[in-house]
Design a protein around this ligand. Structure first.
Ligand code: ADP
Length: 330
């Protein structure tokens, strides 16, 4: 039996942080072995915010470098830039012809973007769900890994697939299912006391941060005055540190510090932070090393993108030929 087809989009925004790694990238690494996976860097989508040409070029290469360094293997899971596959645009046009303004305007992602950039509420923002649908339907994929924020867009995608099938009385497009990342994902907290590490929160530890930077960020982590009673529950800011230990340290290390908390020991936060620095650095060191290797031989990125585009275009052309035939074009 052939493997299920999974398509995953990657936003080319900045560098990967530990939240991205444990929330998404780690699942991608498992998925690429289990499924017929393709990854694309959504550079057309990024145009909705009018980036400068040099920023687009740099951000695509940066994100590709970091995904490769994390272990995405283009030999088994092609990775391509969306803008290298023009077939997507033709399908986007067809889908737009059957996408209704009311539905598009009701999308939460659209409303949020329109609120964030009121001076630039462009048609690209409005039709983000049809482009996203085209990205996936062009390969007739059956699964898409998505976070919570994309669930509504996935509903739209299924609606467009259904509508096309009904309109032409065919069973052509599968309705792609959500591949929930949240089941396997670990929510990585912020060390500033906030519940989530995120770019907009400004509290990220990046995979490419050097040990000195990591140390600075971890040593600044918010704490309290220490436990007051044995075996008491941990307040959120302290729980955040322990969640981090769970993610990057050994079970023994976790237990060592958990015992300290439960035994009401005092003044061990410094030691805990030092341990965290060591374990985060140990975890990120090989990734940073691979980033440096790729940066020293950047032609590899061109080869990966070229091969990815070829694989994606072949799959896209096959779909598009049938779509044209179904619609009535020669
Ligand atoms: P950011 O803008 O903070 O870099 P995105 O919203 O672009 O993150 O998310 C990219 C992916 O990383 C999503 O799948 C999201 O669920 C995951 N992710 C982001 N931050 C975290 C976090 N702190 N913990 C777990 N997963 C996260």
């Amino acid at each position: 039996m052939s493997k299920e087809k999974v398509i995953s989009g990657i936003r080319p925004t900045g560098n990967l942080h530990l939240g991205n790694y444990f929330g998404a990238v780690r699942s991608f690494l498992e998925m690429q072995n289990e499924y017929d996976c393709m990854f694309f860097i959504a550079d057309w989508h990024s145009l909705t915010t009018n980036p400068r040409p040099e920023d687009i070029k740099r951000s695509v290469r940066t994100i590709l470098t970091e995904y490769l360094a994390c272990g995405i293997n283009p030999e088994i899971a092609p990775i391509y830039a969306q803008s290298d596959v023009p077939e997507v645009l033709e399908l986007y046009l067809y889908l737009n012809m059957n996408a209704y303004l009311g539905d598009l305007e009701r999308c939460t992602t659209f409303k949020e973007k329109a609120r964030k950039q009121p001076d630039n509420v462009n048609a690209g923002l409005l039709t983000y769900p049809t482009l996203m649908a085209a990205d996936v339907l062009i390969h007739r994929a059956t699964k898409v890994p998505v976070g919570k924020d994309q669930e509504q867009n996935m509903e739209m995608m299924r609606r467009y697939a259904r509508r096309f099938n009904q309109m032409y009385n065919v069973e052509f497009f599968p309705e792609p299912a959500n591949f929930s990342l949240s089941e396997k994902a670990i929510k990585v907290p912020g060390l500033d006391g906030s519940g989530k590490m995120g770019k907009s929160e400004g509290n990220c530890i990046y995979l490419m941060d050097d040990p000195k930077t990591i140390k600075k960020k971890v040593m600044k982590a918010v704490t309290d005055n220490g436990p007051t009673e044995p075996n008491s529950p941990k307040p959120d800011v302290i729980q955040n540190l322990y969640t981090f230990l769970e993610i990057v340290s050994t079970p023994e290390t976790y237990k060592y510090f958990d015992d300290k908390w439960n035994n009401c020991e005092q003044q061990f936060y410094g030691e805990l932070k030092k341990q965290l620095v060591e374990d985060i650095v140990r975890f990120t060191d090989p990734i940073r090393e691979r980033i440096r290797e790729i940066e020293a031989a950047p032609e590899r990125l061109d080869r990966v993108l070229k091969a990815g585009a070829e694989a994606a275009r072949e799959s896209a052309r096959t779909t598009l030929a049938e779509v044209r035939h179904i619609i009535g074009f020669k």
